[in-house]
Structures are given as structure tokens and as C-alpha cells.
Design a protein around this ligand. Structure first.
Ligand SMILES: [Zn+2]
Length: 114
């Protein structure tokens, strides 16, 4: 299931019928229109932050010989808020002030398949 073609996703598969960002438990819970249920610890979402800065950072880390030394302590990061962007995406605000990651539903559904 790891190589899902994003173009192959149906409208139902990328349409949440419920979306709950649980700040207390630091999880994101989505029920999709096709009946699938996704649940991620927010740390996973931060690792997959789609903003340009995070993607560049990840690329640089993968080119580094000692990536372990450069990794931030991800477990200290928490989601502190979130809001819907239009009818297509979720934006998450983090305890370190980062909020430029916009997780569109298609992208989240791709994470579900991984
Ligand atoms: Zn980011």
C-alpha cells in the first residue's frame, strides 16, 4: 500500500466526514467519506510537514553523514492549535511557533496509505 498514486484517489477517499485534532492526546483523527479511519500521533505529522522549510531541512539531513546528531528532539514538540483552510486542508500550529505546514486532505490520505 506504500505506492499509492495520488491521482487514483477518489473524491470520497480525500473527503473527511469528521476531523478531530485532539490536543490533549496529541493525535489527529480523521474519518473519511469512504469509511476509512486515520489516526496519527501529531509527531508523525510534524515529521511529514509539507512546508518548504521542513522539506528543505529533511533533504539536507539526508545528505548529512551524521543525521542523528542534527535531529531535533521531536517528542518535545506539541501541536497547540489547528484550523481548517478552505475546504481542502488542515493547518497545524506547533509549540515552537511553526505554523506554515498546510496538510491538504489528499496529502493526509497519502500518509494514511503509508
Ligand atoms: Zn514545516
Amino acid at each position: 500500500m506504500s505506492n499509492v498514486n495520488p491521482q487514483a484517489l477518489s473524491a470520497e477517499q480525500i473527503q473527511p466526514v469528521s476531523l478531530d485534532l485532539d490536543l490533549k492526546n496529541q493525535t489527529l483523527h480523521i474519518t473519511w467519506a469512504d469509511g476509512a479511519v486515520s489516526r496519527w500521533p501529531v509527531a508523525v505529522l510534524r515529521q511529514h510537514c509539507p512546508c518548504a522549510a521542513c522539506r528543505t531541512e529533511k533533504e539536507q539531513q539526508s545528505r548529512t553523514l551524521l543525521p542523528v546528531l542534527k535531529q531535533a528532539p521531536a517528542e518535545k514538540l506539541e501541536a497547540v492549535g489547528g484550523h481548517l483552510v478552505g475546504n481542502y486542508a488542515l493547518q497545524i500550529e506547533w509549540s515552537d511557533g511553526h505554523s506554515s505546514g498546510i496538510y491538504d486532505y489528499r496529502y493526509l490520505r497519502m500518509l494514511h496509505a503509508e
